[in-house]
Design a protein around this ligand. Sequence first.
Ligand SMILES: Cc1cc2nc3c(=O)[nH]c(=O)nc-3n(C[C@H](O)[C@H](O)[C@H](O)COP(=O)(O)O)c2cc1C
Length: 378
Amino acid sequence: MTADLSVLFTGIRFENPFLLSSAPPTESESNILRAFEAGWAGVVTKTIGVHPVINVKGPKTNFLRADTESPRLSMKKRPGTALHSSWNWELISDKPLDWWIGRLSRVKKEHPKKVLIASIMAGSGSDEEMRHWQDLAKACQEDGADALELNLSCPHMDRPDMGSNIGKDQELISVVTQAVREVARVPVWAKLTPSTTDIVEEAKGAFLGGADAISSSNTFTSLPLIDPEALEFEMNVEGYVSTGGLGGPAILPLSLAKMAQMTSAFPDKSFSGIGGISDFSHALNYFLLGCGTVQVCTAAMLDHAVGPNVVRNLIRGMEEFLERNAHRGWERLEDFRGLRRDRVVPHSQIKRPDDADYHGGYGAEGQPAGAHAGTTAK
Ligand SMILES: Cc1cc2nc3c(=O)[nH]c(=O)nc-3n(C[C@H](O)[C@H](O)[C@H](O)COP(=O)(O)O)c2cc1C
C-alpha cells in the first residue's frame, strides 16, 4: 500500500506537505513548472510587488561553508567542507506584476492539482499602500493563485514601511492582513520575520487581522564574515556591505525556537515551517511542533535550482517514517503532527537533581535572585 502523504492545510489539499518557499527557485515560470514536475506539492512564488526593485551590483546570494577538520568558516569554495548557511541580500522579484499575470494562470492550467501560492508585498505608510496590497491580492487570485502569502519579513528593506519593518509591528501586521483579507477569496498566510523579541505578539497581530496561517521563518538578519587576510567582507560591493538574511542549516534550531513559541501559544492555528530543511528528519521537527506544511529554499537552490533530489528524499523519508511507525497506527501527518509541542516548557519546569532546591531563580520565600547565595538562575 502506498502511504498517504496528502494534507489539508488552510482548506487546501496538498498531495504532500512539501513546498518550495518564496525565493530564486520560484522566480520564473520555467522553475515553477520544473518544481511541480519534480514532486513539490506547492510553491510560493518569489515575492511580487509594485514598487521599483533594483538589486545590488554583483552576486545576491552566497553560501558559507564549515571545514570539517578545523573551525574555519568561509564562503570560499574548497574541498572537505559542509554547508553552514546561505547569505543573501536579494530583493523581491524584479519582474513587475504584469509579468506574473498570465504566467500564474498558465502554470495552474498545466498543473491544476498542484498548489500555487502568490507571495505579495507592498508598503504600509498610507491608504495608497493598503490599496497596493489589495490590488496585488486581487490580481494574483484572479489569475489562479490558490492562496496568498504576505511578505511581512524581508530583512533588507530600505523603506521603513516594508518587509520585516512591518513584521516587527503587531498593529501594522494586523492592518495589512485585514486589508488583504477584505478582498481575498483564497486563504491568506502571513510570513513573519524571526527578528523580533516575542514572535507570539506578531503572530497574534496576524491572526487578529484574519490570517489563515503563519509561515516562519524568513532569513535571520546577519552579516557575511570578514576575510582575515583581505580584511574585506566575503560579500561586498566596492568594500561595502549591509545586513542581509541567513538561511540554511544554521537557522534550523533558531527557527524551531520561534515556531515552538507560536505553536504552543496557538495550538489550533495553522503553521508552515521554514528554515534549514534539507531532509525529512529536519522537516519532522516542524511537524512534531505542530506545522501542517513545510517550505524549503537554500537546500533547493543548491540542488539543480529547484531541488529535485531534495523533494524526492523528503517524500521517501516521509514514506519510510510512516512505514516504520505503522505499528503505532500512524497513517498520515495528522497522526503525529504536534506530538512534541507540549514538551517545550519554561526552564523552571525542567527537573532539577532535587526539585525542592529550585524556585525559578528566587529564594525559597520568593525573594529576588541574589538574596540567597546559590539560588540565582544562570
Ligand atoms: C536568495 C534568497 C531570496 C529570497 N527571497 C525571498 C522573497 O522574495 N520572499 C520571501 O518571502 N522570502 C525570501 N527568501 C527567504 C526564503 O523563502 C526562506 O524563508 C529562507 O531562506 C529560510 O529557508 P531556508 O533555510 O530553507 O533557506 C529568500 C531567501 C534567499 C536565500
